[in-house]
Design a protein around this ligand. Structure first.
Ligand code: GDP
Ligand code: K
Ligand code: MG
Length: 300
C-alpha cells in the first residue's frame, strides 16, 4: 500500500436507503466494476459490501447496505441491525432515494433512524433518467423530506452515469485527509468466491418466480483453475422440496438457463473461461436459523 501524499483524502461512505432505490447499481458504477448484484427485487443485497474507488486525490470506501425496511424474520432483523451499525461507523452517509417517485413512508422511516446519528449526510436523488413530467413536485417532496436538516442534495442517474462526476466531487469534498486503506487497484474487500456465488444468486432472482428468491443461498464448493479454464462447482441451497422443481425446470431447462447466464457473468469477473456446474440442495428453514445464516456467510 502506497504512502498517501499530503492532502490525499480518504474515508468510508455508507450507501443507505429503502430497497430498490439503486444503491448497488450506484456503487458498481462508481467503482467501475460489478461487485454488488442488482435486481428489481427488494432484498437483493444481503451483506454489507465494500466497494473501493481510488483516484489521484482520494480513496473512497463505499459500504453498500441492504435496503432498510421493517423486519419480518431473522434475516430481516440481521439486515436492519447491520444497517444501523453502518450508519454510526462511517465518515459520511449517502442516503439514496428514488427520484422517479415522490418521497414515501419507507424514506421517512429512514429519516427517523438518521435523526439520532452525528454522521454527515448527503441526500442523493437517483433515477433522474426516469423522472416524469411532474419532477418539480417530486423534487419538492424530497426537499420536504429533508426538512430542517442541513443535508446537501444532489441528483443523478446510477444507470446512465449522468451526474455522477458531480456526486463524486461532492463526496471527496466532504472527506478529511487520510491514508490509503486498501491497495489502489483493489475494488472490493469481498473474496472472488463470494462474488461468484452472488452472480449465481442474481440470475436466480432475475429468472425464477417470486417464491424462490428470498429463500436461496449459494455455496461455492470448489474452484479449480486450469490453464485454459476455471471449473466451478456450486450448490444452490433452498428451503423446500417444492422449490426444487421450479429451480431445475422441465428437463433441467431452468437450471441450464441460470447456469449459462451466471457463467457469462463470472467470466467477466475473472476475465477467463469458466465451466460452471450447479447442484440444488434442500436445506430447510435456513433463513430462520442463526447457525445456518452464519455458515452461509451472512454476518449475524
Ligand atoms: P438497491 O436495492 O437499492 O441496491 O437497488 P438496485 O441497485 O438493485 O436497483 C434496483 C432496480 O433499480 C434495478 O432494476 C436497477 O436496474 C434499477 N436502477 C438503479 N438505478 C437506476 C437509475 O438510475 N435509473 C433507472 N431507470 N433504474 C435504476
Ligand atoms: K434490489
Ligand atoms: Mg442492493
Amino acid at each position: 500500500i502506497p504512502q498517501a501524499a499530503p492532502g490525499f483524502k480518504s474515508g468510508f461512505i455508507a450507501i443507505i436507503g429503502r430497497p430498490n432505490v439503486g444503491k448497488s447499481t450506484l456503487m458498481n458504477q462508481l467503482v467501475g466494476q460489478k461487485i454488488a448484484i442488482t435486481s428489481p427485487i427488494a432484498q437483493t443485497t444481503r451483506n454489507r459490501l465494500r466497494g473501493i474507488l481510488t483516484t489521484e486525490a482520494a480513496q473512497i470506501i463505499f459500504v453498500d447496505t441492504p435496503g432498510i425496511h421493517k423486519p419480518h424474520h431473522q434475516l430481516g432483523k440481521v439486515i436492519v441491525k447491520n444497517a444501523r451499525i453502518a450508519i454510526d461507523s462511517v465518515d459520511l452517509l449517502l442516503f439514496i432515494v428514488d427520484g422517479s417517485v415522490p418521497a414515501g413512508g419507507g424514506d421517512r422511516f429512514i429519516v427517523d433512524l438518521l435523526t439520532k446519528t452525528e454522521t454527515p449526510i448527503i441526500l442523493g436523488i437517483n433515477k433522474s433518467d426516469e423522472q416524469p413530467e411532474k419532477h418539480q413536485a417530486i423534487d419538492d417532496s424530497y426537499q420536504q423530506l429533508v426538512g430542517q436538516h442541513n443535508w446537501q442534495i444532489t441528483k443523478f442517474s446510477a444507470l446512465t452515469g449522468d451526474g455522477l462526476t458531480e456526486l463524486q466531487e461532492l463526496l471527496v469534498n466532504q472527506l478529511e485527509p487520510g491514508p490509503y486503506y486498501y491497495p489502489p487497484d483493489l475494488v472490493t474487500d469481498q473474496p472472488e468466491r463470494f462474488i461468484m456465488g452472488e452472480l449465481i444468486r442474481e440470475q436466480i432472482l432475475l429468472l425464477t418466480r417470486e417464491e424462490i428468491p428470498h429463500s436461496v443461498a449459494i455455496t461455492i464448493d470448489r474452484v479449480e483453475e486450469e490453464p485454459k479454464i476455471t471449473r466451478i462447482l456450486a450448490t444452490i441451497n433452498i428451503e423446500r422440496d417444492s422449490q426444487k422443481g421450479i429451480l431445475i425446470g422441465k428437463g433441467g431447462s431452468m437450471l441450464k438457463t441460470i447456469g449459462s447466464a451466471a457463467r457469462q457473468q463470472i467470466q467477466k469477473l475473472i476475465a477467463g473461461h469458466v465451466y460452471l456446474e450447479l447442484f440444488v440442495k434442500v436445506l430447510p428453514k435456513w433463513r430462520q436459523s442463526r447457525l445456518s445464516l452464519d455458515e452461509l456467510g451472512y454476518r449475524v
